[in-house]
Design a binder for this molecule. Structure first.
Ligand code: PHE
Length: 460
């Protein structure tokens, strides 16, 4: 096998931040409230939390294990590790890698539609478009913006170009530097927003919606939506973390990295819920409002704040950056595949990946318009991409990944990956061995069964 020189993330904080950068994004601030709103609030939240911690975190670890062991992107990693003891040349596991790359491509296409909106809204915030406007006017602004003949497309393409620019420069300089600086800042501003939202009149009703579970709402669809949302939000089931895992050095521990990112990601999703639902109920916006929920509620909250103009501007700037660190990780999957499989240069791969995404992505953006013809069996193309990736491709990808790590990889290799980077003496070593064995048990038995049951349940 040809040895490739591979860049590594520079520091422990660097990987945590880059992975957090991938995980934190529109999934938390835009998609989580949308899904929780559409699926009944509290009951969805509970299922979401259980799945994110019990299945999502072990799956994150499993992806890191594959990536760091193989030091390649998903396609190469499955090809290499899938050969197993018999050392076969061809293995069907490589297809799981391809599935991941296709999934990354489809997600990036519709993700950049919303990413473009964040850029558009940053412009609106700077031009003070929200000041003095009421609920009806602000929601009209959202409709006008998404129906504008060219603006959302230009914003989307600009966002893609920005992503390509960072990815072309490589992991260390590009991804790591951005994430380290800006993710903590986003957290601070979310907390400030929370405080404001909670003090609005009628906020309690929104909190009740988010936290008081009504289990009569718990259908198989709600559960699979929670599964899809947790995979989407943690960036798992499609190889992004296999790719990032391939840049992690041996001295870092995969379990602690994955767990801290999963906790941070879940925390930010809940924060977004605490900002959005109380405010939405206070302004009389329906929790099922869908795409417009975040983009209508947030500007209204900023209006109620002293220094609202300033906070709104900073918030959309940080949202653009949080979104950018996620689009970077998606494009990185495609670029790694193109450089490793087709031997393109990083720049050429970034350009090719971007052009491909732009074609599908623009269709997704166009399909968002009221009365757009780009609908397939009653769903907009945008919704279709979201639906197919989160409810089908990511659960199937996730299932195959845990099966691979649990049953195909050598036990010794896996346990070695799990405990590397931990203290290896005395009782600490016994504790770390116990931890590794427990995680292996979850990856082998619990996660695959749970994913399968949830997935099959929704099909019937
Ligand atoms: N996790 C990202 C978010 O929540 C989206 C994403 C999905 C990124 C899959 C990479 C891979 O916004």
């Amino acid at each position: 096998m040809k040895e490739q020189k591979r860049e590594n993330f520079g520091s422990k904080l660097g990987i945590i931040m880059a992975t957090a950068g991938s995980a934190l994004g529109l999934g938390n601030i835009y998609r989580f409230p949308c899904e929780a709103g559409a699926n009944g609030g509290g009951a969805f939240l509970i299922v979401y939390l259980v799945i994110a911690l019990a299945i999502g975190t072990p799956l994150m670890i499993a992806e890191f294990v594959i990536g760091r062991r193989a030091k390649q992107g998903p396609i190469g990693a499955f090809r290499l590790l899938g050969r197993g003891r018999e050392g076969q040349r061809r293995t069907p596991w490589t297809l799981v890698g391809y599935l991941g790359v296709v999934c990354a491509f489809l997600i990036l296409a519709f993700y950049t539609t919303v990413a473009g909106w964040t850029l558009g809204y940053l412009g609106k915030a700077a031009a003070n478009h929200f000041s003095g406007q009421d609920m009806t006017q602000i929601s009209q602004q959202f409709t006008d913006f998404t129906n504008h003949p060219w603006l959302p497309i230009v914003c989307q393409l600009a966002f893609l170009a920005l992503t390509a620019f960072v990815v072309a420069r490589g992991v260390k300089q590009g991804i790591e530097r951005w994430s380290k600086l800006l993710m903590p800042l986003l957290l601070v501003i979310m907390v400030i927003l929370c405080v404001k939202s909670l003090t609005l009149p009628g906020a309690a009703e929104g909190l009740r919606f988010l936290f008081a579970p009504d289990f009569s709402k718990l259908t198989p669809h709600v559960i699979v939506s929670a599964l899809g949302q947790s995979f989407f939000s943690l960036s798992i089931g499609m190889g992004a973390l296999i790719t990032y895992g391939s840049y992690i050095s041996r001295s870092d521990n995969l379990v602690t990295t994955a767990t801290s990112v999963a906790l941070a990601d879940t925390f930010v999703a809940i924060l977004a819920g605490i900002v959005i639902f109380p405010a939405a109920f206070s302004f009389g916006i329906r929790p099922e409002a869908g795409a417009s929920l975040a983009f209508t509620t947030l500007p209204l909250v900023f209006q109620q704040m002293t220094g609202g103009y300033f906070f709104c501007l900073i918030f959309f700037l940080l949202l653009v950056i949080a979104t950018l660190t996620s689009t970077i990780s998606l494009l990185e999957v495609i670029v790694t595949a193109l450089t490793e499989e087709l031997h393109l240069s990083r720049t050429a791969a970034a350009i090719a990946g971007t052009i491909g995404t732009a074609v599908i992505g623009v269709l997704a953006t166009l399909s968002f318009r009221t009365a757009s013809p780009i609908h397939i069996s009653g769903r907009s193309f945008f919704d279709l991409l979201d639906h197919v990736t989160a409810l089908y491709l990511m659960p199937i990808g996730g299932l195959l990944i845990v099966l691979f790590v649990g049953w195909r990889m050598r036990r010794k290799d896996m346990l070695d990956e799990l405990s590397s980077g931990l203290v290896s003496e005395g009782s600490a070593s016994r504790a770390s061995r116990f931890l590794a064995t427990s995680i292996r048990f979850i990856i082998r038995y619990i996660a695959p069964v749970a994913i399968l049951v949830i997935f099959i349940n929704q099909l019937t």
